[in-house]
Design a protein around this ligand. Sequence first.
Ligand code: 13P
Ligand code: SF4
Length: 336
Amino acid sequence: MQGIQKQIRQLLDDLNGLLVAHFYQKDEIVEIADFSGDSLELAKKASFSEKNLIVFCGVGFMGQSVKILAPQKNVIMPKIACCSMARMVSSDYYDNSIALLEKYGISKEEILPITYINSNADVKAKVGQMNGLVCTSSNAKKIFDFARKQGKKIFFLPDKCLGENLAKTDALKSAILGIDGKEKILEADVICYNGFCSVHQLFTPFDVEFFREKYPDILIVVHPECRPEVVQMADFIGSTSQIIQYVASLPPSQKVAVGTESNLVNRLRPLHNGTKNTFVLSATIPECPTMNETNLNDVFEVIKAYKNHRPYNQISIDPQTADFAKKALDRMLELS
Ligand code: 13P
Ligand code: SF4
């Protein structure tokens, strides 16, 4: 363990704090975290933990989710980096989207909104106010199936790819707000907001074809934020945790190309008999810039400042927003 890693662990022991890290964080942070996980696991484990201080290494919406679910906890983040997808939608954009749907003749009562957890608290609150739900990549299908049973049109935000991928699984009609015309929107069962993850957009059908041509037996594994045309070609689709479990279940000799963030992919498996069997499904390095903003020094400084009663980067959410956002998160947790 590096010196700074030891110092961080010592500070955490002194303060009885919990350090959690998303799988996309740098290796040196994941190494010293009390636990790593996908978005759902981190939200649950951190908010249900007995510890009062949560040091969250990830992107802004993740720390917010813990604070919403467990408002009594002190949640600090070494960097409050905003996931670029979460930044694509705000409460104003949400209101404008609903207004556009109403202009097309779809009433609010006919719409059930589902927001991907990669959205900020104000957007989750809007969804909560309309009796909607949150989903994550690991429970999206379950939440989607529940929502479908309510007999309404689904407004899925902000990730158009995840929304379209869910619609395709059940052969439902989908349309993208702001891209598709009124007629297509009116016909759609699932109306998607026009947001996306810039990292997962990097993976293309060409990448899949390239690896399959080079290694005919290779398995293609992708995150559901990937484009629908890539997801359709994959052998396995899952959240970050599900990808890790799936790859761990394969024989070490099985070649696999993985379409998700590079920090996670690079630590999936060691070389097998000196041969590389695990590949990033892209010629470009799919690094999430905001996840990679956090370094060990940031972690050390934010905990030290907290210990010295000069806290910064503490997550706080106005109570009314938190209240409605919690409704949408709780509905998800009841189902997952
Ligand atoms: P997971 O919930 O699968 O960890 O995904 C979070 C994320 O931001 C993927 O880009
Ligand atoms: Fe957001 Fe994409 Fe980074 Fe995930 S990989 S945190 S969706 S920008």
